[in-house]
Ligand binder design. Structure first.
Ligand code: NAD
Length: 442
């Protein structure tokens, strides 16, 4: 099938590449010419495990192209995916500026083409958008000369760091359509990914839009829940790791998204929770639980700094902190809303120097902080002369380091572990002062 994907970011690039891998003819479009040049030169603008090989193979076999020419890509496509960003607006809800701009550009490209039967040309919204957006996209298309173009909602549930796997083997595919014929086109497109009896769920566009927000709301709620329990454990002398296991084995609860940490970040949960709050505001419905999830998370981003200050005192002038892990989670270079950035700001404001290491995200962090902090290619390099190590993201390579080398490099053997990756007793026997999250110390 001929497919165009507009927006070649984390979601668009993965979607386009995986659809090409299953034999479709893909044109990936972006208005960022530097990004398209990089992709056409064989580079990748993002880090995502396994993506490089797939992009290279599908480009070589001629199924995957990158362009800034939206008009040409859209005119020859049967399916046109919108995968542009929907970041948080100044008011807190979703900024749909890019979605509207792309919808109008699609209409301008298609209006002169002859109409076909239902399902012959479909604009599919993959971006996460508030309820009502697909209806508005259909209205804009109609008003701009394309009443014959169909619209579908197809929210994306992939997670960065495992995006290829998630796209190739989704738990389910959700599609919001008004005509069954349009649903059938998407069922055909997704059939290769659903061969293990995974469900293809069709519903109205409104329900599909809401499904995406409800999924992220549930996951963010689990994280804020376990973080609140961890903070209570710290105060009352319980160990969240035991508690986590104690509840995770309960099949009604499960283990996923029950790891305490320095707050969730990334490009989705924070903005999507605020977009839900925005939807509630618009219909005068206070969403107290979602507000609490957001509030707990904002406080949680301060938890590592609070532990550091409790140990070293409020004035950190002359102190140096090594920070391991800058991306909002392992296996991505995405630093949007990353807790590490909140920590770095707080350390700098208190007069400390910061030495960082991250396997993939350092270039993105450097673009923000420049020479205000230092960057080390290797984890141990960041430790040299530091008063303490702070672990913010649990990259696998941090799990089994040489603790003797670490002790030699650090000025004092102090670790603040925001992800509970080490065993507390083992750390004490190695001679570290070890602070974790919810393990019974303030
Ligand atoms: P991103 O910022 O990585 O990518 C968006 C891309 O759209 C950028 O490359 C940008 O240059 C391009 N773009 C913006 N305006 C454009 C225009 N007018 N014409 C052409 N291209 C344009 O964003 P992302 O993380 O890929 O997210 C995209 C959408 O998918 C968002 O709505 C997000 O909420 C949703 N989503 C993201 C994830 C995730 O893990 N990142 C998961 C599921 C859903």
């Amino acid at each position: 099938m001929k497919v165009a994907v507009i927006g070649t970011g984390y979601v668009g690039l993965v979607t386009g590449t995986c659809l090409a891998e299953s034999g479709n003819d893909l044109a990936c479009v972006d208005n960022n010419a530097a990004k398209i040049d990089m992709l056409n030169g064989g580079g990748l603008p993002i880090y995502e495990p396994g993506l490089q090989e797939l992009v290279a193979r599908n480009r070589k076999e001629g199924r995957l192209t990158f362009t800034t020419d939206l008009t040409a890509a859209v005119q020859s496509a049967r399916l046109i995916f919108i995968a542009v960003g929907t970041p948080q607006s100044d008011q807190g809800d979703a900024d749909l500026g890019a979605v509207w701009a792309v919808t109008k550009a699609i209409a301008a490209a298609l209006k002169s083409l002859p109409p076909g039967p239902a399902g012959s040309r479909v604009v599919v919204t993959k971006s996460t958008v508030p309820v009502g957006t697909n209806a508005a996209v259909a209205k804009i298309l109609a008003e701009h000369g394309c009443p014959h173009v169909d619209v579908a909602s197809n929210p994306e549930f992939l997670k960065e760091g495992a995006a290829i796997e998630d796209f190739m083997k989704p738990d389910r595919v959700v599609v919001g359509v008004r005509q069954p014929e349009v649903g059938e086109v998407l069922r055909e497109l997704y059939a290769p990914f659903l061969r293990t009896e995974r469900p293809f769920l069709t519903m109205t566009p409104e329900s599909a839009e809401m499904t995406k927000y409800a999924a992220n709301a549930m996951l963010a709620t689990k994280i804020s829940f376990i973080n609140e329990m961890a903070n209570l454990c710290d105060r009352v002398g319980a160990d969240i790791n035991d508690v986590r296991r104690g509840i995770g084995h309960d099949q009604r609860i499960g283990f996923q998204f029950l790891f305490p940490g320095p707050g969730y970040g990334g490009s989705c949960f924070p903005k999507d929770i605020r977009a839900i709050l925005g939807m509630g505001r618009r219909v005068q419905l206070p969403l107290d639980l979602m507000q609490a999830v957001d509030d707990v998370n904002e406080s949680q981003k301060q938890v590592l700094a609070q532990k550091i200050i409790a140990h070293f005192g409020p004035d950190l002038a002359g102190k140096t902190f090594a920070v391991w892990g800058l991306a909002f989670k392992p296996r991505t270079d995405d630093i949007r809303e990353a807790p590490a950035l909140v920590l770095i700001d707080r350390l700098l404001a208190a007069g400390a120097a910061v030495r960082t290491h991250d396997p993939e995200a350092m270039a993105n962090v450097k673009a923000i902080y420049g020479d205000k902090i230092s960057y080390s290619d290797r984890p141990y390099g960041a430790l040299e002369g530091a008063d303490a190590l702070v672990i913010v993201t649990e990259w696998p390579e941090f799990r089994n380091p040489d603790f003797e080398v670490m002790k030699r490099l650090l000025k004092s053997p102090v670790i603040f572990d925001g992800r509970n990756i080490y065993d507390q007793k083992a750390m004490e026997s190695h001679g570290f002062e070890y602070y974790a999250i919810g393990r019974g110390q303030r």
